[in-house]
Design a protein around this ligand. Structure first.
Ligand code: ATP
Length: 570
């Protein structure tokens, strides 16, 4: 068996760096945090805003040219987080936005039935070989126990932090403190199981953890042992748990005043379809885009900011004639992937995943996810954005519930049909319709996570040991401006350069500590360039520019610094 890993798993390092450097803090940190909520610190908010602005620019200010070379009409919106409660009846969220939830009657722990995991132990022996299967003992037998597990790890490796963070799993393994008294290695196999190598107070062994959520739902709760105590019969029947957070606007707190914090930004767009058509010059096909906070009372928020209870979404609803919907679906699918690539994400870590027919929402004609290979899903992928062909479902629903007409008269189509010699009846029927909708819906806060994961680069050769390799455009700080030493007029000259450039892009002026320490600090927060004012600058206006990734230093005239950086931010 291989030696224990010297460093914590990569995801834990990213979370620690994000806090240490002021990107992301647990919300209410001084009170011990509040599960599923996060605060974006001074650097995190800059990173998030850079991604947000890029999306807004790409989608609204400068939308892509359409599939037939046409200009795409796109407008923005910022709708209220709380809308009329009927919105969520019409959208189906009141009735259908549910997860199956079960409780352990003894421990009062609560979790999602479809995320239930069973644990099997496999004692290591010298004869065991990777790729071969061996009998397992099931300390927590599942409804259908599995007799064999295949060894897919050769000892400690990268940990599956999501699994070891799971309280139930830790309890069964006898793990008290994940970081100090255990070592764990994991290999992910098929999406429904994971094999961990665990050294804990109960000895060393392989642990095979299998997602039995689906069997649980199929075989019933009576037979399934609690993941907390391994006792059968300890679980409650799964109950539908609505993911919407409710609130009571106004002074009276009763059911008739119940409203919801929006679980998605999309519905605000549908509610304003008529307003936008009536008050602006847009004509179908056109899109309405919105960025904002959404709230879901996720049963198990997890994986850092991947699944939180308060998060931000970037959504666009593209209204088009029903006959053209598939063409626009294909178009937005391609455009959205181009956008993710424009963030500098490594193409091999992105993929499309078409929803199977049984996964599609009842109203959707087609849906594809753009997925990313997160460190905690690797080698599998997790969702980043969904692109859905929603048909005319939403507008039809809101038309029915609000009793307002939400159809659209397509004058251009009317003329076209006339030219084609269609009958008056056909023209009348086809030129008035409820538009179909193509919806690219992505998570802004998930995009922040992706860029942190992408940028995180270990490098033992530099003093910081790690640097964040953001594409310069998205780096929170673009340029560090440093005098080599805090004397001989250098601080004044560096300050003058800072005063010149601070209005053009985010710069940091820093006089303190050795130049090596200042470079290291900039590496850790992902600043792509540093400029140093030294003796050469004092005598002949020559400065040194250091590149974060190559660590190369070149000399240029101080007057060219602004241009040098601007060129590289494009
Ligand atoms: P999932 O399957 O991960 O629960 P979903 O399919 O319910 O997501 P959508 O309703 O399609 O998600 O929302 C669009 C996007 O919003 C997702 O692709 C994701 O980026 C983001 N998102 C959804 N739920 C959360 C959450 N709880 N925390 C952070 N981002 C989220």
């Amino acid at each position: 068996m291989a030696d224990a890993p010297a460093t914590p798993p990569v995801m834990e390092q990213i979370v620690a760096l994000a806090k240490r450097k002021g990107f992301i803090y647990p919300a209410s940190d001084i009170y011990g945090g509040i599960r599923g909520f996060w605060d974006y610190g001074p650097l995190g908010v800059l990173l998030k805003n850079n991604i947000r602005d890029h999306w807004w620019n790409w989608m609204v200010e400068c939308p892509p040219i359409g599939p037939d070379g046409e200009i795409v009409d796109m407008v923005g919106l910022d709708s209220a987080i709380i809308q009329h409660p009927k919105t969520w009846e019409a959208s189906g969220h009141v009735a259908g936005f549910n997860d199956p939830m079960v409780d352990d009657k003894e421990t009062k722990e609560r979790f999602r039935a479809d995320h239930l995991q069973a644990i099997f132990f496999l004692e290591p022996s010298p004869e065991m070989e990777i790729g071969k299967s061996y009998p397992v003992s099931a300390d927590a037998p599942a409804a259908d126990s599995i007799p064999h597990a295949t060894v897919i790890a050769s000892g400690p490796g990268e940990a599956a932090s999501e699994i070891i963070a799971n309280k139930a799993v830790r309890k069964l393994l006898g793990i008290k403190n994940v970081l100090s008294n255990m070592m764990v290695g994991a290999s992910l196999g098929a999406p429904d199981y994971v094999t961990l190598w665990v050294e804990s107070s109960r000895g060393n062994r392989y642990v095979y953890i299998r997602n039995i959520g689906q069997q649980f739902l199929a075989h019933g709760y009576e037979k399934t042992p609690s993941p907390y105590t391994a006792k059968a019969g300890a679980l409650t029947e799964p109950r539908a748990f609505n993911l919407m957070l409710d609130t009571y606007p106004g002074p009276i707190r009763d059911e008739s005043n119940k409203a919801y914090l929006r679980p998605e930004t999309a519905q605000g767009i549908f509610l304003n379809f008529k307003n936008i058509v009536d008050t602006t010059r847009v004509k179908v096909p056109f899109g309405v885009a919105q960025i904002g906070k959404s709230f879901r009372n996720e049963v198990t928020p997890r994986n850092f900011i991947f699944r939180s209870r308060e998060f931000e979404q970037m959504e666009m609803e593209f209204f088009c004639p029903p006959d053209d919907a598939l063409k626009w679906y294909e178009f937005w699918k391609g455009e959205r992937m181009k956008w993710w690539l424009s963030l500098g994400v490594e193409p091999s870590r992105l993929r499309f995943r078409d929803h199977d027919a049984d996964e599609l929402s009842h109203y959707s004609k087609a849906t594809v996810d753009i997925e990313y290979r997160y460190p905690f899903t690797d080698p599998d992928y997790g969702e980043l954005e969904g692109i859905a062909h929603r048909g005319s479902f939403d507008l039809t629903q809101h038309q029915e519930h609000s009793k307002q007409k939400l159809d659209y008269f397509d004058q251009e189509l009317q003329l076209k049909l006339k030219e084609q010699g269609a009958t008056p009846e056909e023209i009348k029927q086809r030129s008035r319709y409820i538009p179909n909708v193509i919806e690219p819906a992505s998570g802004l806060t998930r995009a922040v996570l992706v860029l942190l994961c992408e940028a995180f680069t270990l490098d033992a050769s530099r003093p910081s040991g790690v640097y964040l390799k953001f594409k310069p455009k998205f780096a929170p700080v673009k340029l560090g401006i440093f005098p080599l030493v805090a004397k001989d007029g250098m601080p004044e000259k560096a300050r003058a350069l800072y005063m010149e450039l601070r209005t053009q892009f985010a710069c940091e002026f820093d006089v303190k500590q050795s130049i090596g320490k200042r470079y290291a600090r900039m590496d850790e927060i992902g600043t792509p360039f540093c400029v140093t004012i030294d003796g050469d600058t004092m005598s002949s206006d020559i400065v040194t520019i250091r590149d974060r990734d190559t660590q190369e230093q070149i000399k240029i005239n101080i007057s060219q610094v602004g241009e040098y950086v601007r060129e590289r931010l494009k």
